[in-house]
Design a protein around this ligand. Structure first.
Ligand code: ZN
Length: 202
Protein backbone atom coordinates (compact mmCIF):
# COMPACT_ATOMS: atom_id res chain seq x y z
CA UNK A 1 0.00 0.00 0.00
CA UNK A 2 1.41 3.40 -1.01
CA UNK A 3 0.59 5.53 2.03
CA UNK A 4 2.40 8.56 0.61
CA UNK A 5 0.23 8.43 -2.50
CA UNK A 6 -2.90 8.19 -0.34
CA UNK A 7 -1.83 11.35 1.54
CA UNK A 8 -0.97 13.15 -1.72
CA UNK A 9 -4.25 12.14 -3.37
CA UNK A 10 -6.20 13.44 -0.36
CA UNK A 11 -4.27 16.77 -0.40
CA UNK A 12 -3.11 15.83 3.10
CA UNK A 13 0.58 16.51 2.50
CA UNK A 14 0.69 20.29 2.60
CA UNK A 15 3.58 22.36 1.30
CA UNK A 16 4.22 25.86 2.62
CA UNK A 17 5.77 27.27 5.78
CA UNK A 18 4.38 25.74 8.95
CA UNK A 19 4.83 26.20 12.64
CA UNK A 20 4.59 22.75 14.26
CA UNK A 21 3.22 22.07 17.74
CA UNK A 22 6.83 21.57 18.90
CA UNK A 23 7.54 25.21 17.92
CA UNK A 24 9.82 24.19 15.05
CA UNK A 25 9.19 25.19 11.43
CA UNK A 26 8.77 22.96 8.40
CA UNK A 27 8.11 23.20 4.68
CA UNK A 28 5.65 20.31 4.86
CA UNK A 29 2.73 19.36 7.04
CA UNK A 30 0.70 16.15 7.23
CA UNK A 31 -3.00 16.72 7.71
CA UNK A 32 -4.28 13.22 8.52
CA UNK A 33 -7.83 14.45 9.05
CA UNK A 34 -8.01 15.02 5.27
CA UNK A 35 -7.12 11.38 4.63
CA UNK A 36 -9.57 10.13 7.25
CA UNK A 37 -12.50 12.20 5.97
CA UNK A 38 -13.18 9.25 3.69
CA UNK A 39 -14.32 6.46 6.05
CA UNK A 40 -13.47 3.83 3.43
CA UNK A 41 -9.85 5.01 3.35
CA UNK A 42 -9.77 5.13 7.16
CA UNK A 43 -11.02 1.54 7.27
CA UNK A 44 -8.42 0.27 4.80
CA UNK A 45 -5.57 2.06 6.60
CA UNK A 46 -6.70 0.75 9.98
CA UNK A 47 -7.07 -2.79 8.68
CA UNK A 48 -3.57 -2.68 7.20
CA UNK A 49 -2.15 -1.43 10.49
CA UNK A 50 -4.14 -4.08 12.41
CA UNK A 51 -2.65 -6.77 10.17
CA UNK A 52 0.90 -5.59 11.03
CA UNK A 53 0.05 -5.64 14.73
CA UNK A 54 -1.49 -9.13 14.57
CA UNK A 55 1.50 -10.41 12.59
CA UNK A 56 3.69 -9.31 15.49
CA UNK A 57 1.57 -11.44 17.83
CA UNK A 58 0.70 -8.49 20.06
CA UNK A 59 -2.18 -9.18 22.44
CA UNK A 60 -4.38 -6.09 22.81
CA UNK A 61 -7.45 -5.56 25.01
CA UNK A 62 -7.99 -1.88 24.32
CA UNK A 63 -6.89 0.91 21.99
CA UNK A 64 -6.38 4.31 23.63
CA UNK A 65 -5.90 7.52 21.63
CA UNK A 66 -4.99 11.02 22.77
CA UNK A 67 -7.67 13.46 21.57
CA UNK A 68 -8.06 15.13 19.19
CA UNK A 69 -5.45 13.90 16.75
CA UNK A 70 -5.70 10.18 17.45
CA UNK A 71 -9.47 9.79 17.74
CA UNK A 72 -10.41 8.69 14.23
CA UNK A 73 -7.34 6.52 13.65
CA UNK A 74 -7.73 4.98 17.11
CA UNK A 75 -11.41 4.23 16.68
CA UNK A 76 -10.84 2.69 13.23
CA UNK A 77 -7.94 0.61 14.57
CA UNK A 78 -9.97 -0.65 17.54
CA UNK A 79 -12.70 -1.66 15.10
CA UNK A 80 -10.19 -3.49 12.89
CA UNK A 81 -8.67 -5.28 15.92
CA UNK A 82 -12.14 -5.92 17.38
CA UNK A 83 -11.22 -4.45 20.77
CA UNK A 84 -12.47 -1.66 23.03
CA UNK A 85 -11.66 1.99 22.30
CA UNK A 86 -11.09 4.76 24.84
CA UNK A 87 -9.47 8.17 24.61
CA UNK A 88 -7.56 10.62 26.74
CA UNK A 89 -8.05 14.37 26.51
CA UNK A 90 -6.44 17.50 27.83
CA UNK A 91 -8.19 19.27 30.67
CA UNK A 92 -6.51 22.60 31.43
CA UNK A 93 -3.46 21.31 29.59
CA UNK A 94 -3.22 18.07 31.58
CA UNK A 95 -3.89 14.73 29.84
CA UNK A 96 -6.77 12.93 31.58
CA UNK A 97 -9.10 9.98 31.06
CA UNK A 98 -12.72 10.99 31.65
CA UNK A 99 -16.16 10.10 30.22
CA UNK A 100 -16.55 7.20 32.64
CA UNK A 101 -13.83 5.18 30.89
CA UNK A 102 -12.29 2.55 33.15
CA UNK A 103 -8.99 0.71 32.83
CA UNK A 104 -8.63 -2.62 34.65
CA UNK A 105 -5.48 -3.72 36.36
CA UNK A 106 -3.22 -5.43 33.82
CA UNK A 107 -5.39 -4.43 30.84
CA UNK A 108 -3.26 -4.53 27.68
CA UNK A 109 -3.50 -1.13 26.05
CA UNK A 110 -2.25 -0.12 22.60
CA UNK A 111 -1.79 3.62 22.19
CA UNK A 112 -2.81 5.07 18.80
CA UNK A 113 -2.10 8.41 17.15
CA UNK A 114 -2.69 9.66 13.61
CA UNK A 115 0.97 10.67 13.32
CA UNK A 116 3.86 10.09 15.69
CA UNK A 117 6.36 12.93 15.61
CA UNK A 118 8.29 12.66 18.89
CA UNK A 119 5.44 10.74 20.57
CA UNK A 120 4.94 13.30 23.33
CA UNK A 121 1.12 13.27 23.44
CA UNK A 122 0.94 9.49 23.14
CA UNK A 123 3.30 9.06 26.09
CA UNK A 124 1.40 11.61 28.19
CA UNK A 125 -1.78 9.62 27.59
CA UNK A 126 0.09 6.35 28.24
CA UNK A 127 1.20 7.67 31.62
CA UNK A 128 -2.45 8.20 32.64
CA UNK A 129 -3.37 4.68 31.46
CA UNK A 130 -0.53 3.23 33.54
CA UNK A 131 -1.58 5.20 36.61
CA UNK A 132 -5.00 3.55 36.29
CA UNK A 133 -3.36 0.10 36.22
CA UNK A 134 -3.17 -0.53 32.48
CA UNK A 135 -0.17 -2.05 30.73
CA UNK A 136 1.11 -0.29 27.59
CA UNK A 137 1.88 -3.08 25.11
CA UNK A 138 2.53 -0.98 22.01
CA UNK A 139 2.35 2.36 20.25
CA UNK A 140 0.73 2.78 16.83
CA UNK A 141 0.12 5.46 14.26
CA UNK A 142 -0.86 5.74 10.64
CA UNK A 143 2.28 7.71 9.82
CA UNK A 144 5.69 8.12 11.42
CA UNK A 145 7.53 11.42 11.05
CA UNK A 146 10.86 9.64 11.17
CA UNK A 147 12.11 10.51 14.66
CA UNK A 148 11.29 7.13 16.19
CA UNK A 149 12.14 3.67 14.93
CA UNK A 150 9.07 1.67 13.99
CA UNK A 151 8.77 -2.09 13.44
CA UNK A 152 10.06 -3.03 10.00
CA UNK A 153 11.84 0.24 9.18
CA UNK A 154 15.56 1.07 8.99
CA UNK A 155 15.08 4.58 10.35
CA UNK A 156 17.11 5.05 13.51
CA UNK A 157 15.65 6.60 16.65
CA UNK A 158 16.58 10.30 16.97
CA UNK A 159 17.44 11.88 20.34
CA UNK A 160 14.10 13.76 20.50
CA UNK A 161 11.99 10.56 20.26
CA UNK A 162 9.97 10.13 23.46
CA UNK A 163 8.75 6.57 22.84
CA UNK A 164 10.21 3.88 25.10
CA UNK A 165 12.60 1.54 23.30
CA UNK A 166 11.23 -1.62 24.95
CA UNK A 167 7.71 -1.30 23.50
CA UNK A 168 6.99 -1.98 19.80
CA UNK A 169 5.94 0.95 17.60
CA UNK A 170 3.81 0.24 14.54
CA UNK A 171 3.12 2.66 11.67
CA UNK A 172 2.30 2.30 8.00
CA UNK A 173 4.97 4.60 6.58
CA UNK A 174 7.80 6.99 7.40
CA UNK A 175 7.41 10.59 6.29
CA UNK A 176 10.80 12.18 6.86
CA UNK A 177 11.25 15.85 6.15
CA UNK A 178 13.42 18.46 7.77
CA UNK A 179 12.31 20.64 10.62
CA UNK A 180 14.03 23.89 11.54
CA UNK A 181 14.48 25.80 14.77
CA UNK A 182 12.65 29.14 14.34
CA UNK A 183 15.91 31.12 14.52
CA UNK A 184 17.55 28.88 11.92
CA UNK A 185 14.70 28.47 9.43
CA UNK A 186 15.57 29.07 5.74
CA UNK A 187 11.92 29.89 5.00
CA UNK A 188 11.90 32.63 7.65
CA UNK A 189 15.19 33.90 6.22
CA UNK A 190 13.45 34.19 2.84
CA UNK A 191 10.99 36.53 4.51
CA UNK A 192 7.84 34.40 4.76
CA UNK A 193 5.89 33.89 7.96
CA UNK A 194 5.25 30.45 9.45
CA UNK A 195 1.58 29.61 9.93
CA UNK A 196 0.09 27.24 12.45
CA UNK A 197 -1.69 24.49 10.50
CA UNK A 198 -5.43 24.66 11.08
CA UNK A 199 -5.40 28.35 11.87
CA UNK A 200 -5.90 29.68 8.35
CA UNK A 201 -7.98 27.10 6.61
CA UNK A 202 -5.26 24.47 6.75
ZN1 ZN B 1 10.29 29.50 9.48
Amino acid sequence: MDIKKIYMDADALLEGHFKLSSGNHSRFYLQSAKVLEDPKVAKVLAETLAKEIRKNGLKVDTVCAPALGGLIAGFALAQALDVRFIFAERVDGVMSIRRGFEVSSGEKVLMCEDIITTGGSAMEAAKVVKELGGEIVGISALANRGFCKREGSDIETKPNCKLPQDIPFFALADFTFEIYAPDDCPLCKDGSEAIKPGSRGN
